[in-house]
Design a protein around this ligand. Structure first.
Ligand code: NAD
Length: 380
């Protein structure tokens, strides 16, 4: 017998062309003066301005001064902009970086503290926050349905998630059209993030039945549709279907992991991104097949069952398929180009000892991490 709790407070609106519903959503919540958080590329290509112009003056301020893997100082700057303009809600239009920054800023703007106070410190954020409407433009992190904000403190060399119930967006508007412009490499990276979240949510020590069902559904969609979405075939109908299915996979993988939490591959992704600039999804995928082999017989055969439900002979065949998928998408399958030495391996091992590692169903020792990184680096 196991006890489990499930709750999902985000209202989801899914479908092509539905980004235009931001107005209705804000109006139905009685909101008038909003701040739009969006990636600098959407400001450059005019998409942000088009959204502002179409919102009947509801979006009064645009904040775009942030980088991928947003920094705590950028969150504080956004919170300052919210307060300076008296904004009463926040709209996030972008990938995980825009949504995570917006979530944290919409909470921290209620007081005078820096978000750094809550970053990897274990201190609980107050629950009060401004309403957030999330429009993901990648598929993706699933951040539109999670209570997680992953932030970086570049001054301290730290990347870590903050979890707060106040981070759940009020509404997620998932419009697959917003993802059509994502370049193939970003499509591949973000799509592998979806797969990592689904698989890690399933084998996490915190797994539970509803999230298990979501994990299986999302992982199936990734194996089927990510190669098509990333390849952008001439068959436009197939491409549009693939983009839509990847958006579906992204939300559902978000639901699969937000309560159970991610595990080993995410723990290892943080130093790989921080120290070597490997994009988040590519960094997660780098170790996913390795941990699939380590975890294959954990939890009384659940991982084997998961692999068979996906149509693989067993978990080892699933690990092979993950490796092949990465290679076919042009993502890295090792670290051999980085010329890592003993010192760098030791640093990777040390920083991988992140809380997420303890959600892994098999206990991961430093020796196991050392062997994995040496194997990936191609050194004995
Ligand atoms: P991202 O938001 O950093 O975007 C990657 C790049 O793609 C950026 O240059 C961005 O400008 C560009 N881009 C985004 N949408 C585009 C579009 N439609 N067309 C063209 N270019 C576009 O990438 P991401 O993978 O979505 O997010 C990664 C961040 O999210 C990381 O910090 C990661 O740790 C975090 N994350 C958060 C959660 C969560 O639950 N909060 C889960 C997983 C990952």
């Amino acid at each position: 017998m196991m006890n489990w709790d499930y709750a999902q407070p985000v209202a989801i609106r899914f479908g092509k062309g539905r980004a235009t519903e931001v107005n209705d959503v804000a109006a139905s919540m009685g909101l008038h003066n909003g701040l739009l958080v969006t990636t600098p590329s959407f400001v450059r290509n005019g998409q942000a301005q088009r959204l502002v112009d179409a919102r009947d003056g509801m979006l009064t301020t645009v904040f775009s001064q942030f980088s991928p893997n947003p920094d705590v100082t950028e969150v504080d700057a956004c919170a300052t902009a919210i307060k300076a303009n008296g904004c009463e809600f926040v709209v996030a239009l972008g990938g995980g970086s825009a949504m995570d920054l917006a979530k944290a800023a919409a909470s921290i703007c209620m007081g005078d503290e820096s978000i750094a106070q809550y970053h990897g410190t274990g201190k609980t954020l107050p629950g009060e926050h401004l309403p957030l409407i999330a429009l993901p433009t990648t598929a993706g992190t699933g951040s539109e349905v999670t209570c997680v904000s992953v932030l970086t403190d570049r001054a301290l060399g730290k990347k870590a998630p903050i979890v707060s119930d106040g981070f759940y967006p009020s509404v997620a508007i998932v419009d697959p059209e917003l993802t059509y412009s994502v370049p193939p490499y970003v499509t591949a990276c973000t799509g592998m993030d979806v797969l990592s979240q689904a698989i890690e949510g399933f084998w996490s020590k915190g797994h539970q039945p509803i999230c298990d069902a979501c994990a299986l559904h999302a992982a199936k969609l990734v194996f089927q549709y990510l190669p098509i979405a990333a390849a952008h075939p001439d068959d436009e109908a197939a491409y549009i279907e693939a983009r839509e299915k990847m958006c579906e996979a992204s939300i559902i993988a978000g639901l699969a992991f937000t309560l159970p939490k991610t595990t080993s591959s995410h723990a290892c992704s943080f130093p790989l991104t921080n120290l070597y600039g490997i994009p988040h999804g590519e960094a997660c995928a780098l170790t996913l097949d390795y941990f699939a082999r380590i975890n294959q017989d954990a939890q009384g055969g659940r991982v084997q069952e998961f692999a068979r439900a996906l149509g693989f002979a067993n978990a080892s065949a699933m690990a092979d398929a993950i490796y092949k998928l990465k290679a076919s998408l042009g993502l890295r399958t090792d670290l051999s180009d980085l010329s890592l030495g003993d010192e760098q391996i030791a640093e990777l091992v040390r920083i991988s000892r992140h809380p997420n590692l303890y959600n892994n169903p098999v206990e991961i020792s430093d020796d196991m991490l050392d062997a994995m990184y040496r194997s990936l680096a191609g050194i004995g």
